[in-house]
Design a protein around this ligand. Structure first.
Ligand SMILES: *[C@@H]1O[C@H](CO)[C@@H](O)[C@H](O)[C@H]1NC(C)=O
Ligand SMILES: *[C@@H]1O[C@H](CO)[C@@H](O)[C@H](O)[C@H]1NC(C)=O
Length: 357
């Protein structure tokens, strides 16, 4: 029975579909890794975690109660390649170990607050209160922060979790449209328990983050030790689906990247706030410059146009006119159109599921 299941699961294991993006206008298959990295690009993804911890797939020590099988809140982060939430075969950081032992993310959050320059968006998936279930959330990545990592604690367990380390959503220059990745239990290496419900004996010295397999830990008492099968079936799958790709004015986006992103609504709020304060600053600077009569002169900005979206993230723009064209030797005209992000998840009515564009 196992062999069949394993076979089936490995067939569906990885399916990556790439965008049917319109061809390169210049022609030819120019395929540089840089094309998702162009400035001003912001991409919105859905993450869906589907867990399959059932008595049928994992009969050994299947915890029937106190507590029954379940999954903690999932903590995730998008980031650039200089950051790692955890790494296989390396010791877990203290905050990751704490999360693997308790399912609490407070110290993880605290430690990440110091690394905001490498990080972009943070997301959380609600707990799954059964062994088999699903949970989802959405997050942003951009051209400079295209990797995603997350962790979910296996409950009950000593320090076991599932997760993904630095999965890059930009592949061969394209943002992945849809990708499904099988997940296996991991051991944070901080607690010596072999079974789901064994008491937590601290491991001294701390071990490494290891993938738990049908043969590892090599011990009959291990809850995942199944000598009769070669590979454990995945205990969960994670799916990433691209919802929307945006491009916008570089300056606005530069501001956005510097921000700390706790929640999507905060992100949207700040997108607006920052871009308008950037615009104000630019305007003030322009006012301080001494203009010669050879320089271009422009009028005041118009009001902002209505937001292009009434629910979710949209764009709006404002314009200004040339009052005097520049003459030889004078300063050329600045940009006459300015675009910024607008909208907010809060404007979506409760019945709308978040961000249905
Ligand atoms: C990640 O971001 C930091 C801060 O902006 C930067 O110093 C670092 O070089 C970036 N890493 C990569 C691999 O781009
Ligand atoms: C500005 O916004 C208006 C209304 O949304 C749109 O019709 C127009 O094309 C936009 N202009 C530019 C230059 O983006």
């Amino acid at each position: 029975m196992y062999t069949k299941l394993v076979l089936l699961l490995s067939i569906v294991a990885i399916s990556v579909q790439r965008a049917q993006v319109a061809g390169n206008p210049i022609g030819g298959a120019v395929f540089s890794d840089e094309s998702c990295r162009k400035t001003g690009v912001l991409v919105f993804y859905r993450i869906k975690l589907v867990t399959s911890w059932s008595k049928k797939l994992f009969p050994k020590h299947y915890p029937e109660f106190r507590p029954p099988p379940q999954w903690s809140m999932t903590f995730g982060q998008t980031h650039n390649d200089s950051f790692q939430l955890f790494q296989l075969k390396h010791p877990a950081s203290v905050p990751i170990a704490t999360f693997a032992e308790t399912g609490q993310a407070a110290s993880l959050e605290e430690s990440l607050a110091l690394r905001q320059d490498l990080l972009f968006d943070e997301f959380r998936l609600p707990k799954i209160r059964k062994g088999k279930g699903e949970s989802e959330a959405t997050f942003f990545v951009d051209g400079k922060h295209s990797s995603v990592s997350f962790v979910t604690k296996i409950i009950p367990s000593p320090d076991w979790f599932i997760g993904l380390d630095s999965f890059n959503l930009c592949s061969r220059g394209r943002w992945l449209e849809k990708v499904t990745i099988p997940l296996h239990p991991l051991d944070a290496g901080t607690s010596s328990g072999l079974t789901f419900t064994s008491p937590k004996w601290p491991t001294n010295p701390r071990g490494l983050v290891e993938r738990i397999t049908a043969r590892y830990p090599l011990h009959f008492a291990s809850s995942f030790f199944y000598p009769e099968i070669k590979h454990l079936p995945p205990i969960a799958h994670v799916m990433f689906t691209k919802i929307k790709e945006y491009s916008n004015h570089n300056n606005v986006h530069k501001k956005v990247k510097k921000l700390k992103h706790k929640q999507r609504t905060k992100l949207l709020k700040r997108l607006n706030h920052q871009s308008s304060s950037a615009a104000t600053a630019a305007l003030n600077n322009a006012g301080n410059e001494i203009l010669s009569d050879k320089d271009c002169r422009v009028g005041a900005w118009s009001d902002w146009s209505p937001c292009s979206k009434t629910c979710g993230l949209g764009k709006r723009n404002r314009t200004r006119n040339v009052l005097q064209n520049h003459r030889l030797g004078g300063v050329e005209c600045p940009s006459l159109v300015e675009t910024q992000w607008c909208g907010s998840a809060r404007q979506c009515s409760e019945s709308d599921s978040y961000f249905r564009w």
